[in-house]
Design a protein around this ligand. Structure first.
Ligand code: SAH
Ligand code: SF4
Length: 382
């Protein structure tokens, strides 16, 4: 088996080049070809000596993920399903905005945390993605979009690890992938434009602060342990006070940054004025310990098995007002791509989606077909 070079950060690629008896700086050239130009064929890499290209041809390859399908939303959001083998499918979503292009990346096939309001959680855990599988989502999307949109320059300016899976339960594969995103010879994203979202794996928050302090988003969803235990089962292991202390420690590594707290608004469950008031006092207590935060209220995206309902907009606004009146910066997340099931928590990677037919039928049932283009690329090897 030859090595897939998408599995390496620059340091790893340099070590690989050394093993081939090559100078480490060759790795920089190779890395730029792969990530900045999207090349996968060593013969294209004309500034590398022929002898090196031959060695690479014999010992390495650059292999992205297999695209199952692409779904284009009326609002410009694009969702891809990728086949990662053994019946597992993962999802990646591109969200264009006026001033940025955000890619939402998966870190696992399924998820072991099992949050009640998340369809990935309901699906259960299948396996960790490799560094190469995480990086491939960006590699593929960036170069596909450049070609598709006829752009020479960078299309993706932000990455959020908010697709399927709990990134901090796949730490060893995650960190090199983050390094590829940040590397000036790779995607050159600033660390404030790469966000790891976590349900609260406390020890790994501390490790990330040392290894790769990118922006941190924490999925809080409840102001007290009894409720959070029920919504995010990991809370039984790492309760709220411990989690917020880890967040405050994280900020000593990145002092000028905020931690973003995500809060999924569930009708009658966690969206009452008293929940907002409890959040305010919780945040005040921890502000003294150095925590500065922002809140992002996410309208719940329902799916049948959850038995939960989305809070209505007046409820969300009233909740936001209590936080804002207390001086907490609060935003309400716009739902994007819900006509293609690309919104938060709808990423189930259902194998049924492979044909695109189920999605079309679901959309038809909901009378939403207008504007959806389902592009099926079954078995395409990218
Ligand atoms: N596992 C990580 C990252 C993936 S989930 C985490 O939990 O943070 C990304 C975000 O989507 C999280 O904030 C999660 O709480 C939110 N989410 C999950 N299911 C959702 C749903 N059905 N509706 C709205 N947001 C949801
Ligand atoms: Fe896993 Fe995040 Fe979904 Fe919870 S919300 S089940 S941690 S992907």
């Amino acid at each position: 088996m030859t090595a897939n070079l998408l599995d390496f950060d620059l340091e790893g690629l340099a070590a690989f080049c050394e093993r081939l008896g090559e100078k480490r700086f060759r790795a920089t050239q190779l890395f730029r070809w792969i990530h900045q130009k999207g090349a996968s064929d060593f013969e294209q890499m004309t500034d590398l000596a022929k002898s090196l290209r031959e060695k690479l041809g014999a010992s390495a390859h650059v292999q992205g993920l297999k695209v199952v399908s692409r779904h284009d939303s009326a609002d410009g959001t694009v969702k891809w399903l990728f086949d990662v083998g053994a019946g597992d499918v993962i999802e990646t979503v591109f969200i264009p905005e006026a001033d940025r292009g955000t890619l939402c990346i998966s870190s696992q096939a399924g998820c072991a945390v099992g949050c009640r309001f998340c369809s990935t959680g309901h699906q259960g855990f299948s396996r960790n993605l490799t560094t190469g599988e995480i990086v491939s989502q960006l590699w593929f999307a960036e170069h596909f979009l450049r070609q598709h949109l006829g752009r020479q320059e960078r299309v993706i300016s932000n990455v959020v690890m908010m697709g399927m899976g709990e990134p901090l339960q796949n730490y060893s594969q995650l960190v090199p992938a983050l390094k590829v995103m940040l590397d000036d010879h790779g995607y050159g994203l600033s660390r404030r434009r790469v966000t790891v979202s976590t349900s609260g794996v406390v020890p790994m928050i501390d490790r990330l602060a040392k290894d790769c302090p990118v922006a941190l988003a924490v999925s809080l969803h409840a102001p007290q342990d009894a409720l959070r235990d029920n919504l995010v089962p990991l809370n039984k292991k790492y309760p709220i006070a411990e989690l917020l202390e880890a967040c405050a420690r994280y900020q000593t590594a990145a002092p000028r940054d905020f931690i973003t707290f995500e809060y999924c608004m569930l009708d009658g469950v966690n969206d009452q004025p008293e929940h907002a008031a409890q959040l305010v006092s919780l945040m005040k207590t921890h502000a003294i310990k150095g925590l500065s935060c922002k809140f992002n209220l996410i309208p719940f995206n329902p799916f049948p098995a959850s038995g939960l309902k989305r809070s209505d907009m007046p409820q969300v606004s009233a909740f936001a007002k209590i936080l804002m009146d207390a001086g907490i910066v609060t935003t309400v997340r716009k739902t994007r791509g819900d006509d293609i099931d690309a919104a938060c928590g709808q990423l189930a990677g259902d194998v049924q989606d492979r044909t695109g037919v189920d999605q079309r039928m679901a959309a038809q049932r909901q009378g939403m077909l207008g504007g959806i283009k389902v592009v099926v690329a079954k078995g395409t090897n990218v």
